[in-house]
Design a protein around this ligand. Structure first.
Ligand SMILES: C[S@@+](CC[C@H](N)C(=O)[O-])C[C@H]1O[C@@H](n2cnc3c(N)ncnc32)[C@H](O)[C@@H]1O
Length: 347
């Protein structure tokens, strides 16, 4: 499981700090088929890179991966004269082998938005409800990364810039982690969530976007055929089978024929990061859909304490069950932050 996960989770930033015209990055990087040897910012090499810093924490998670005991690094990037650190509003940071980036490198890149363009931050408790910790830097880095990876995926796969979608739904938008960056790239973005408090916070903090509170069970107040792109990051990872079917049917109602949906699920990369035992992975593959029980993160904002759960899906389950509602075009590991991404199309 560790080696399978490391194929898709090449590296993780611990922190990225902007300091004037410098970016200071520290994190860890795993080497399986080639050793990480370059830290690139917008395709340019960072300086003062220190590799092979001892990493007992990474060893504890990835002990089967070669060199996991010394996989931490630090690097400093200084902007060359005449260049922008945030071209188009975002810096792209990547760790690669000696040959640098290639066409699909966006899938392992992490993206940082220009601090000057960032809207205000939600309160720590609101952030914790969606990412499990009150960490504003992780909230921003994760949100910008997922949105920019999705943007590149839509271009690579469908030749579609984000701005070409007429109407985008960020389903389960939470505290607006994705919505705040989506609105920088596309004109019409709607965020919808069962968490009324976070919906209210999004309305207050974010200048752009429309925010809609939805009930636990569909139908919601949004009209049929309203959207040509839906993002749902870590939403179906929390609904039981019955709710999953009801909401997939509702997403079918809300979307236009040909619409694309990008929905994330928990895969090997996240299971490895969460120290899931191998038996859990086997269980997931054997049973297809595993309900691990109640997740209490929404206990203060949702009346039904059993609604929000922790769910694992196998690729086989997704292909057989979700295809009742949509064409399942692909499942890409480790694309949605650390979760796997299911690409669906409304027929
Ligand atoms: C793990 S959080 C992720 C939030 C956001 N997508 C992100 O990536 O930051 C899951 C979110 O889904 C919301 N949610 C759960 N069930 C939902 C449903 N049936 N419809 C809309 N939102 C839902 C929760 O309230 C929560 O905000």
């Amino acid at each position: 499981m560790q080696i399978a996960a490391a194929r898709f989770l090449r590296w993780m930033p611990g922190s990225m700090l902007v300091n004037g015209d410098e970016l200071v990055i520290e994190g860890w990087a795993l080497g399986l088929w080639d050793m990480p040897s370059r830290v690139l910012v917008n395709g340019l090499d960072a300086v003062d890179v220190t590799w092979r810093v001892p990493s007992p924490d990474v060893l504890a998670k990835f002990g089967a991966v070669p060199n996991a005991e010394a996989s931490r690094f630090s690097a400093r990037f200084r902007m060359p004269p005449g260049q922008m650190l945030f071209p188009g509003g975002f810096a792209r940071v990547n760790v690669t082998g000696a040959f640098g980036e290639h066409r699909l490198s966006y899938r392992t890149a992490w993206y940082l938005a220009d601090p000057a363009l960032e809207p205000g931050a939600p309160a720590p408790a609101r952030i914790a409800r969606v990412i499990g910790a009150p960490d504003v830097n992780a909230f921003r880095l994760g949100g910008a990364t997922i949105v920019k990876r999705f943007e590149q995926l839509l271009l690579e796969r469908f030749g579609r810039p984000m701005s070409s979608f007429e109407s985008i739904l960020d389903w389960g938008c939470g505290a607006g982690r994705l919505t705040r960056y989506l609105t920088m790239l596309a004109p019409e973005v709607t965020g919808a969530d069962i968490d009324a408090d976070n919906i209210q916070a999004c309305r207050q903090i974010l200048q752009k976007g429309r925010f809609v509170h939805v009930g636990l069970r569909p139908p919601c107040s949004l009209p049929a055929d309203a959207f040509d792109l839906v993002l749902g990051v870590s939403v179906l990872t929390h609904l039981d089978r019955e709710m999953e079917s009801e909401w997939l049917a509702e997403l079918n109602r809300l979307t236009r024929p040909g619409a694309l949906l990008l929905l994330s699920v928990q895969g090997l990369a996240q299971m490895a990061l969460y120290d899931a035992p191998t038996s859990q992975k086997i269980d997931m593959h054997q049973r297809g859909f595993v309900d691990q029980g109640i997740n209490s993160q929404l206990k203060d904002v949702v009346a039904d304490q059993e609604y929000y759960r922790n769910i694992l899906h196998s690729p086989d389950y997704i292909m057989t069950h979700w295809s009742r509602f949509f064409d399942v075009l692909d499942i890409i590991e480790g694309m949605a932050g650390n979760q796997d991404l299911v690409i669906l199309r409304r027929h």
